[in-house]
Design a protein around this ligand. Structure first.
Ligand SMILES: [Zn+2]
Ligand SMILES: [Zn+2]
Ligand SMILES: [Zn+2]
Length: 436
């Protein structure tokens, strides 16, 4: 039987952010054909081997036809949402932006607020500066974290210039919902069956399923109402048991201690009944099969012995937070380092859809915002976008130029955390060979 987590792991498209689905992948189709005709006739129990190409699911053609779900298979397939409903008040506000202007109204107010916030950011927090002493303290702390660095350079170097230029980090979060359907089954244990008699099955996007929290990744599974039916178990052909693979149904295996003759001969030539098989219910030289407790068959794990399966269409809803970011860095601190520190939030906005930032003082941020919004619109077109959030963070960066003995160099202090990037620090060797 398929469970939520399993289908998630199996999906080859899952880990990458740009998701394009909607068609059944080729491997999944091939997978099915293998399962369709399987004409083995066993009278009682069916031998099951884990390595065997034994069907992992009932034949697809035995499943009921459900209106709206004709192409559903045993592998989860994405169902694109129906077209978004038209905005409540068409023709009013909501400037028709390039990215299909979502239902976030009051365009003018938002733009005005955005411009004001950007101005404030430019005036105030952008100017965060470090003193020479603060820069040196940060460098000393950095040196201390590297046990092999020498500290005298940091203590004694002459800092000849300080430069301040903030890095900007734009990030866009798109909260998406993806709905997949697949046939699923579980052992039928006599529970009530919600089948087609109870009415037509609701379509995937008609079902009310909501995330527990916005902007949190989550998966929920539920059966689609009125799609259940009871079928014979495909693995045991309804018998409820499978042949034991260890003893091939005999209930015993040849004793490996006495090689099947039932007696052991000791050093003095005395023959005695083999210790390992003398109590077997199947006779001399035979050991009871441990796996099946000498019965030769096992309870079918698929139907748990009942011989019947409850088949139904399973809806899997996956919510995901998709994050993209763009970093503008005027000094040479690597982006990966800038990404891991904090600064001041200059702008933040959240809504069902957000519009590109247009009035930020740095034009590259405006361009990145428009581009990433377009990218998300395209990447998640087969899913539903529930909410978006974007922000600009201003990360203080100070570049310090120094002289120490005969060397000259630069180091950078960045983020509220005062992290240091010092790629050419002069005292980095363990054995002191470069400290001359
Ligand atoms: Zn056995
Ligand atoms: Zn034996
Ligand atoms: Zn079974």
């Amino acid at each position: 039987m398929k469970d939520c987590n399993k289908s998630e792991e199996e999906d080859p498209f899952q880990p990458s952010a740009p998701i394009s689905t909607g068609t059944l992948p080729r491997w999944a189709r091939r997978h099915h054909h293998q399962h369709l005709p399987h004409h083995h006739h066993h009278t009682h129990t069916v031998e099951f081997d884990d390595n065997d190409a034994s069907p992992s699911a009932p034949p697809l053609n035995l499943m009921d036809q459900v209106f709206g779900y004709e192409s559903v298979s045993f592998d989860a397939v994405n169902v694109p949402p129906p077209e978004d409903p038209p905005p409540r008040s068409p023709g009013e506000s909501g400037s028709p932006g390039p990215s299909g202007a979502g239902p976030s109204g009051d365009g003018e107010d938002a733009a005005a607020r955005e411009a004001r916030e950007a101005r404030e950011a430019a005036r105030g927090r952008w100017g965060t500066t470090l003193s020479e002493q603060e820069a040196r303290t940060a460098l000393l702390a950095h040196v201390k974290r590297h046990c092999c660095y020498g500290a005298s350079a940091a203590r004694n170097m002459a800092i000849t210039a300080l430069d301040h230029a903030s890095a900007l980090q734009y990030s866009l979060e798109t909260f998406t919902e993806r709905r997949e359907t697949a046939w699923s089954f579980s052992p039928y244990l006599g529970e009530e069956v919600d089948g087609a008699d109870n009415g037509p099955a609701p379509l995937p996007w008609q079902l009310e399923v909501h995330p527990s929290q916005p902007f949190t990744s989550e998966v929920k599974c539920q059966p689609v109402p009125h799609t259940s039916s009871v079928k014979q178990c495909h693995r045991c052909k309804g018998s409820g048991s499978t042949l034991c693979v260890d003893c091939h149904g005999k209930g015993w295996v040849h004793c490996i201690s006495c090689h099947g003759n039932g007696y052991d001969t000791d050093a003095s030539g005395y023959k005695e009944r083999c210790f390992y098989c003398h109590s077997s219910i199947h006779g001399r030289g035979r050991q009871d099969c441990v796996k099946c407790s000498a019965k030769g068959k096992m309870t079918c794990p698929t139907c748990e012995g009942g011989g019947l399966l409850l088949c139904f269409i399973q809806l899997t809803v996956t919510w995901r937070v998709n994050v993209s970011e763009h970093i503008v860095d005027r000094m040479s601190v690597p982006e990966d380092l800038v990404r891991n520190v904090t600064g001041a939030i200059a702008f933040v906005e959240e809504g069902p859809r957000v519009l590109p930032i247009a009035h930020f003082p740095d034009e590259t941020i405006n361009m990145a915002s428009a581009q990433l919004l377009r990218d998300h619109e395209r990447d998640f077109s087969s899913q539903r976008i529930l909410a978006q959030r974007h922000q600009v963070q201003v990360i203080p960066v100070t570049g310090a130029t120094y002289k120490w003995k005969s060397s000259k160099g630069e180091f950078y202090v960045y983020g509220n955390e005062h992290k240091v990037y010092a790629p050419d620090y002069p005292q980095t060797c363990c054995c002191g060979c470069s400290i001359l």
